[in-house]
Ligand binder design. Structure first.
Ligand code: SAH
Length: 470
């Protein structure tokens, strides 16, 4: 950092301005706005000073400054092209212990003038350390659009209640969290919308409540199903909750394009598989949800597909319920449903199946614990989650329990995503086909004669994400 950024209290302190030009007038105006006593030294006073010269703290002397005009701790702004005058004024000012700024001459200056965004009492100053004043101004323009004028009102509102909050709530941490929560909530919204009366009343009430209860209201957990991957399959409600979150817990099934829908300022915590291939244990995730919510945060727990279908969503919120943390659940399009649509394989169909069963093919050492006689039924489709890794024992078990090796079966890999791939085979050939295709998952396996319908109903062209041309 080249310079030390500080905001100087200039009330009733002397500031000397040397120069007649518009820059000199701007410096004088700024110093007056900050409450300084401004003395301008210039042979004539141009039109630029018209609005300043009647200010009580403004004084004009139609001559060059003299040594006695400078004092220690004062500021001196020089804005002239007269090199001799610059040198004289600068020498006198520095000899008297004043700090000097020469317009557009950082090398001659003790301090530089930043680009200023004034939303008083909120003031933002931007400096490029003299590297590029233009860049500073461009940044300032960006900030202008980012920080509406109403932010000044918000700062005023908060300033008005600071003392009252400090008196009512001794804990500094609690006060900080209170302001953080206030800035993100309806009080700030009311102030920004210009409804100061409502904001005032609400804020006063919240401070009283905080003082009485000694704790912030608990946050909330949103358990949200984000669907199988295509961001267009996120529901409106899920999107709204994603936009409200302060912090998001996600895992490896959450597509990057879906993460882009989460409020940008939200803190992101990855709780999926670590490099050592271990997932954060379920109890730790639950404990983390409880802790974050108790800090008053709006916590988004994003799940692939639907949170209540092979998603352990139930377990996570059981803990929340035990700790009295409020939560809401938002359904998502589950992988089998997404895969079914995007592969053109209806799960039920009058000519093929009247029922569909969702099962998990997860199992240790090839042992898949399923009620095979219930699964292998005529006119029933089976959709298997987490089946790819066990595809060999899985298809073998189907046949061993009576299913025909000719029964159509498909694997939909990365369903609904741009890299979706579909392998269509039979129970007898599925392993080989999957192997040839080199599928990596996540995948859904669909078993049943409905798979044959894909020949006619395949519509999705993954590369473009739109329907295939007919
Ligand atoms: N709650 C999720 C399922 C989580 S279990 C849901 O409702 O979809 C994880 C399994 O879901 C994966 O092993 C895979 O079988 C399936 N899965 C998730 N996303 C998928 C996708 N885009 N394509 C195919 N299968 C997917």
């Amino acid at each position: 950092m080249r310079d030390l950024p500080i905001f100087l209290n200039m009330r009733e302190r002397p500031a000397v301005v040397v120069g007649v030009c518009v820059v000199a007038a701007r410096r004088a105006e700024l110093a007056l706005r900050a409450g300084a006593r401004v003395a301008v030294f210039a042979p004539t006073l141009g039109d630029e000073f018209r609005d300043l010269k009647d200010a009580p703290n403004f004084r004009w002397s139609p001559r060059d400054p003299a040594a006695a005009d400078f004092g220690p701790g004062s500021l001196c702004f020089i804005a002239t092209e007269d090199e001799a005058l610059i040198e004289r004024a600068r020498t006198m000012a520095r000899a008297a212990g004043a700090l000097v700024n020469v317009a557009d001459r950082p090398a001659l200056s003790d301090f530089i003038m930043p680009s200023i965004l004034d939303r008083s009492p909120l003031v933002i100053a931007v400096s490029t350390g003299g590297a590029s004043p233009i860049l500073g101004r461009v940044l300032k323009a960006r900030l202008e659009s980012l920080i509406p004028a109403a932010y000044g009102r918000l700062a005023d509102l908060m300033s008005g209640f600071r003392g009252r909050l400090a008196a009512a709530v001794p804990s500094q941490t609690l006060r900080r969290r209170f302001w953080e929560a206030t800035l993100e909530g309806p009080i700030a919204e009311a102030a920004l919308a210009g409804n100061l009366e409502a904001a005032n009343t609400h804020l006063a009430r919240e401070i009283e409540r905080l003082a009485a209860e000694g704790a912030l209201p608990s946050g909330e957990v949103y358990l949200v199903g984000a669907g199988p991957g295509d961001p267009d399959l996120v529901t409106f409600r899920a999107f709204r909750l994603m936009q409200k979150a302060d912090v998001v817990l996600y895992d490896r099934l959450t597509d990057e394009r879906i993460m882009n829908l989460v409020r940008r300022e939200a803190e992101r915590i990855y709780v999926g598989k670590r490099p050592d291939n271990h997932e954060l244990p379920q109890e730790e995730i639950s404990a983390l949800l409880v802790r974050l919510a108790k800090e008053g945060k709006r916590v988004l727990r994003l799940k692939g597909g639907d949170p209540f279908l092979f998603g352990r969503g139930g377990e996570e919120i059981e803990t929340l319920a035990e700790h009295g943390v409020p939560f809401q659940v938002c359904p998502g399009v589950t992988a089998a449903i997404g895969a079914s649509s995007y592969a053109g394989i209806p799960l039920t169909h009058r000519d093929h199946a009247q029922a569909c069963v969702f099962v998990t093919g997860h199992g240790k050492e090839g042992r898949i614990d399923l009620d095979w006689s219930a699964l292998i039924q005529p006119r029933q489709t089976v959709a298997v989650y987490m089946g790819l890794r066990n595809i060999e024992p899985l298809t073998r078990a189907f046949v061993a329990h009576g299913a025909s090796p000719d029964l159509p079966a498909a694997i939909i890999d990365n369903a609904t995503r741009p890299n979706q791939r579909v392998v269509v085979a039979t129970l007898g050939t599925l392993v080989e086909r999957a192997h040839e295709a080199g599928l990596r998952g996540p995948s859904i396996v669909i078993v049943g004669t409905v798979v044959t319908l894909r020949e006619k109903l395949d519509w999705y062209a993954p590369a473009s994400g739109v329907a295939k041309p007919s």
